[in-house]
Write a protein that binds this ligand. Structure first.
Ligand SMILES: [Zn+2]
Ligand SMILES: [Zn+2]
Length: 181
């Protein structure tokens, strides 16, 4: 879905710009990171003297959990992708170009397809919030028993509870400890 044929754009004069809407696009981000909404936005491709510049502004949302109370929530994210994609074959001659000089560069494939799937996936994964809150004043969970303190704001344990059997042990001393016996 995030793939664009730029054969025509490569023949256009440098400076030519084409824009493509992105609508209702989904993508597998990672095993532990899933989209909660489709990807929407716009991809803008411009022809430069030697390449295609791809600029995407996209909105989506991620399935997250509140970092305090752990309930599932939806975290909106906005990502920008800026990539320069170099041809892998010469448009005029059809001959393969030397790809070793810029091994890291994004490449158009042999059919002049520009695939933004990987850059977009990476940008969305990097946009994952470090911590999400279901609401700014989320009370979180009781550290002692795990009760949701949003549902039960008056929840309290008071004095630390000591198991009565342990309390009895705390008072017990071996008779041998008493030197007067
Ligand atoms: Zn919460
Ligand atoms: Zn508790």
């Amino acid at each position: 879905m995030l793939s664009y044929n730029v054969a025509g754009l490569l023949r256009a004069t440098p400076g030519t710009v084409r824009t493509y809407p992105v609508r209702a696009t989904t993508l597998a981000i990672a095993d532990d990171l899933r989209l909660a909404a489709p990807i929407e936005g716009e991809v803008r491709l411009s022809r430069t003297g030697r390449s295609i510049l791809a600029r995407a502004e996209l909105r989506t949302a991620l399935e997250e959990h509140c970092s305090r109370c752990l309930i599932p929530l939806v975290a909106p994210v906005v990502v920008r992708v800026d990539e320069e994609a170099l041809p892998s074959i010469d448009l005029l001659t059809g001959q393969p170009l030397d790809l070793t000089s810029e091994p890291e560069a994004l490449r158009l494939d042999d059919h002049h397809e520009l695939d933004l799937t990987e850059p977009v996936r990476e940008a969305i994964a990097l946009a994952e919030p470090i911590r999400s809150l279901c609401r700014p004043d989320c009370r979180g969970l009781c550290a002692t028993c795990g009760t949701d303190l949003n549902a039960d704001p008056s929840h309290r344990h008071g004095e630390p509870e000591i198991d009565p059997r342990l309390a009895a042990l705390a008072e017990w001393r071996p008779a041998d400890d008493d030197p007067t016996t």
